[in-house]
Design a protein around this ligand. Structure first.
Ligand code: GLC
Ligand code: MG
Length: 596
């Protein structure tokens, strides 16, 4: 029965989304494997744990999951320091477990995206060890430098004034080789030298290998750090701090966003296109991670000749440029700016959080979770959800002591007081499945990071029982996003007042309107003020988790009162409206009935 239902749902959603390729409207879900589900009781999540939770992803309406790195690693940066690009780390399981994950996910119609970390390897990688030994094959695999003569005698000084992201100088002396090596992150993450064609080829082999194994694509890590200027000149000082270890000490004009970076993406795209041609099936995709301005971000889409590079670069607007204090007009301006900058034919995307940034529920406040989830799931293009955000998990910002802190970005501050805001640990705490010990994440006595102590009330099991929970609300939105209007529709935004932001999606004469009150004061809107032609009767399609409006409610579109932080989706009341809410209701019922 379950299988038949799944096939039905898959066929139905494919039928609805026929005009676009799978990834263009995909609902991506980022899993941070260390914290998702621990199957063997060692306190760290693993692949078997993830496999056991794949049906949960299906319940969420997730199309594809991106896994943070699971390959062999000393875990200096929790997997982002890779020691072996071809084997799974024992802590997560085995290559056989990964193969099983690919096949189990495929049965459910879920695609697996791997994290591709090209900028650096672990210092335990055999390439680095051989490079240290000046093995001729590997001698130029990394960025080595003699340093500057020390006027006071003794060992040379670092070559220049560059910093690493993790609060140290970017150069570490290697005694054995008698040279400095460059690292833009931890000292245990030496930067690869992408001006060496052997490195370029070796990393292409990594991509080919994992596509052959079944990966549906790659999230490309820290891409704008790939190249540095060849003459190693000093970066200009910012004047913000005197701390030469602080990443804010210099501007990173010569170590970030260099043109060669975009060319490398073009080469990877060529490789992937070729693979897609030779292996028809689901399109394999590339998406890039770069914290960069709009101009640099857009360069990841196409080259000057219009040839595609990444399928999309992460859009960090909702993380970096808007916050709990932003006015409705700022939301409108920023979102409109994004669309204006988007090249023709490019696919947009929306992200609220990830394993590096404070959780959006903590940044925007729990009262704005409804509205933000509507932006994530109903704006045009791809959505990417960070695991736990769908149930409103929050940062455990002051719950993790200095002694329990493990994130290198925090530890390197050597500051037991001010590490708190440098730390990424608070956003990486274990997933809160239920109210049992360790939130149902693990049977271990101790988990690798403490569980947020709000888990007894904030957990998935509790939200399953509550029709107004974030989980149920997320499900309704992710079902709604499969509707053709949200998959293909035009977009237009409007700010009603300082706090009420809205947008419309229109397709083939059908219009949906999303109304979000980001403020604490109630406000009454006349829908047609946003330049739509709405009939008097508006039907609620989805009401926020804190909304008093429920699907099916009929409202007077001349006067819709949005209470504090209320968020609703409405459509013109017609027969098709009724059918569409009915489908959402039935799908929700079936999913809950068969997956609980
Ligand atoms: C990316 C990752 C982050 C990691 C860094 C270095 O920004 O998301 O977690 O520390 O790259 O690999
Ligand atoms: Mg484990």
């Amino acid at each position: 029965m379950k299988q038949i239902l799944l096939i039905f749902l898959v066929v139905a959603s494919v039928a609805i989304a026929q005009d676009k390729d799978w990834w263009e409207t995909a609902n991506f879900y980022q899993i941070y494997p260390r914290s998702f589900k621990d199957s063997d009781g060692d306190g760290v999540g693993d692949l078997k744990g993830i496999i056991s939770k794949l049906p949960y992803l299906k319940e969420l309406g997730v199309t594809a999951t991106w896994l943070s790195p699971i390959l062999k690693s000393p875990q200096v940066d929790f997997g982002y320091d890779i020691q072996d690009f071809f084997n799974v780390d024992e802590i997560f399981g085995t290559n056989a477990d990964l193969a099983l994950m690919f096949s189990e996910a495929e049965k459910l119609g879920i695609k697996i995206i791997m994290d591709f970390v090209p900028n650096h390897t672990s210092d335990k990688h055999e390439w680095f060890i051989k490079s240290v030994e000046r093995d001729p094959e590997y001698i130029n695999y990394y960025v080595w430098h003699d340093g500057k003569p020390n006027p006071e005698g003794g060992r040379n000084l670092p070559p220049n004034n560059w910093q690493a992201v993790f609060a140290t100088r970017a150069w570490t002396w290697n005694e054995k080789r008698g040279q400095y090596y460059l690292h833009q992150f931890a000292a245990g993450q030496p930067d690869l030298n992408f001006r060496n064609p052997k490195v370029v080829q070796a990393m292409k082999d990594v991509l080919s290998h994992w596509m052959t194994m079944g990966a549906a694509g790659f999230r490309i890590d820290a891409i704008n750090h790939l190249f540095e200027v060849e003459d190693f000149r000093d970066e200009p000082l910012t004047g913000w701090t005197n701390d030469t270890n602080n990443y804010g000490y210099t501007h990173h004009y010569y170590t970030k966003d260099l043109d060669e970076t975009y060319n490398m993406i073009s080469e990877w795209r060529t490789l992937i296109n070729k693979f897609n041609e030779d292996n028809p099936g689901n399109t394999r995709v590339l998406f890039t991670e770069a914290y960069a301005n709009l101009t640099f971000t857009m360069k990841y889409y196409f080259d000057e000749a219009g040839k595609p590079r990444a399928h999309f670069p992460f859009n960090f607007l909702l993380i970096e440029n808007l916050n709990e204090n932003s006015s409705a007009n700022e939301f409108k301006t920023k979102i409109d700016e994004w669309f204006a900058a988007l090249p023709a034919g490019a696919t947009s995307n929306w992200v609220l959080g990830n394993h590096d940034k404070p959780r959006f529920g903590s940044r925007y406040g729990t009262e704005r979770i409804d509205g933000m989830l509507m932006l994530l799931l109903l704006l045009p293009g791809v959505a990417v959800t960070y695991n736990g955000d769908e149930i409103g998990m929050l940062d455990y910002r002051y719950g993790i002591s200095w002694e329990d802190t493990v994130d290198p970005q925090a530890c390197n501050t050597n500051d037991p007081v001010n590490f708190v805001w440098a730390s990424r640990d608070p956003v990486r705490t274990p997933f809160q499945w239920d109210a049992t010990e360790n939130a149902g994440f693990s049977t271990a006595n101790e988990t690798w990071l403490p569980v947020n102590d709000n888990y007894r009330s904030l957990n998935l099991a509790a939200q399953r029982e509550d029709e107004d929970s974030f989980f149920k609300y997320y499900q309704r939105l992710s079902t709604l996003r499969t509707n053709k209007v949200f998959q293909n529709g035009d977009f237009k935004s409007h700010a009603f007042n300082d706090k009420v932001f809205s947008f419309q999606r229109t397709y083939q004469n059908e219009t949906y309107v999303v109304l979000i009150n980001f403020g604490s004061a109630p406000y009454t809107v006349k829908v047609n003020d946003m330049g739509v032609n709405f009939p008097e009767k508006a039907e609620v399609v989805v009401g926020g988790s804190r909304s008093c409006n429920k699907a099916g409610d009929i409202l007077d579109s001349n006067a819709i009162t949005l209470k504090a932080y209320n968020a609703i989706v409405i459509m013109a009341n017609s027969a098709s409206a009724a059918v569409s809410s009915l489908i959402i209701l039935i799908a929700g019922f079936l999913i809950n009935r068969f997956f609980n």
